[in-house]
Design a protein around this ligand. Structure first.
Ligand code: UDP
Length: 319
């Protein structure tokens, strides 16, 4: 029996990871302080005998009794508005939280998978981005808190690997979407879906010509677990190379929801990357991984989930 610890286990990605690990027969201990994650994301797992959810802030201390084979370190505010609202928490979890997660891995002899990010590439000057690219990050801009925390986390992970021989892997996660994203997390896809379903204007930043490459969560989780179960140190990019403009994304969501929302152009956030696309050659060659779910299909599944959430919220409001 493999025992896995998932930090940020009640978050968007963390909850999908817990679900898959349990389905694969692991025992799972999920740690979360619920500042951006929510117990509701893992409520359906609570009855599973192999699952434990522990409220704790890993920037203070991490203690997990018993053996641990794998640590998936996914705790962090992860959407631009979250880390703009929680800049110090973001830096603390990326630095001190990562230190504690690595310390736990060292103590238990566990393999640690660090959730890093395409944000380590900043506003990239190399396109698409291979893992060998060192990035173009503004450390003193508002996004710097997330980008630099993750860059620090990568460096610390490599230091533990080199100095203490801890078995580590670094994944650079590109834009991902799916059920359990918070409708108010400010990211493009949940925001556009919520706006389209409510008939509100769809807020496209700038002229919408900036690009992203978005991956459906099931594909992403499959890639993460392949990396975890390999002996690669990374960094390895995991994401879908299907690149499109934010305006095209907004139009596609509007069409798929059947919404008549207008598109409203709003100010572009500071240091918003102009392009982003993963080079996934390494993941393809070394892990045999590539995404399978088409954008349309992934969006359909996500919209469906948002519809059920919206109708539940409306029901909840009734006296
Ligand atoms: N964006 C937008 N409208 C929104 C939210 C985001 O046009 O209501 C844009 C944002 O400026 C960026 C892109 O969508 O260019 C992706 O933003 P997101 O927050 O999803 O993720 P990021 O890749 O920037 O971390």
């Amino acid at each position: 029996m493999t025992r896995s610890v998932v930090t940020g286990g009640a978050g968007f990605l963390g909850s999908h990871l817990c679900e898959q690990l349990l389905a694969d027969g692991h025992e799972v201990v999920a740690l979360d302080n619920f500042i951006t994650g929510s117990p509701a994301n893992v409520e359906h797992l609570l009855e599973h005998e192999g699952f434990r959810l522990i409220r704790c802030d890993i920037t203070e201390y991490v203690h997990v009794p018993g053996p641990v084979d794998q640590i998936l370190h996914f705790a962090s505010p992860a959407s631009p508005i979250d880390y703009l609202l929680l800049p110090i928490e973001t830096m603390k979890v990326g630095s001190i939280g990562t230190l504690h997660a690595l310390g736990l891995a060292k103590e238990k002899g566990a393999r640690l998978l660090l959730a890093s990010t395409s944000e380590t590439y900043g506003d990239p000057q190399v396109h698409p981005q291979p893992e060998t690219y060192w990035g173009h990050v503004n450390p003193v801009g508002p996004r710097g808190v997330y980008d630099e925390a993750k860059r620090f986390a990568e460096a610390l992970t490599m230091a533990y690997r080199r100095t203490h021989g801890v078995d580590t892997a670094i994944v650079r996660i590109f834009n991902c979407f799916g059920p359990r994203m918070r409708p108010d997390d400010g990211r493009a896809i949940p925001t556009f879906i919520r706006q389209a379903l409510m008939g509100e204007p769809i807020t496209v930043a700038g002229d919408g010509s900036q690009t992203r490459s978005v991956c459906y969560v099931d594909d992403l989780v499959a890639g993460l677990l392949l990396l975890l179960r390999s002996d690669l140190p990374g960094p390895v990019n995991i994401g879908n190379p299907h690149e499109l403009s934010i305006l095209a994304l907004a139009e596609q969501i509007r069409a798929l929801t059947g919404s008549s929302s207008e598109i409203a152009f709003i100010a572009r956030p500071t240091d918003d990357p102009t392009v982003r696309q993963p080079d996934i050659t390494l993941a393809r060659d070394e892990l045999g991984w590539e995404p399978k779910v088409e954008l349309d299909e992934g969006l359909r599944r996500t919209i469906e989930w948002f519809r059920t959430q919206t109708s539940q919220a409306r029901l909840g409001e009734r006296p």
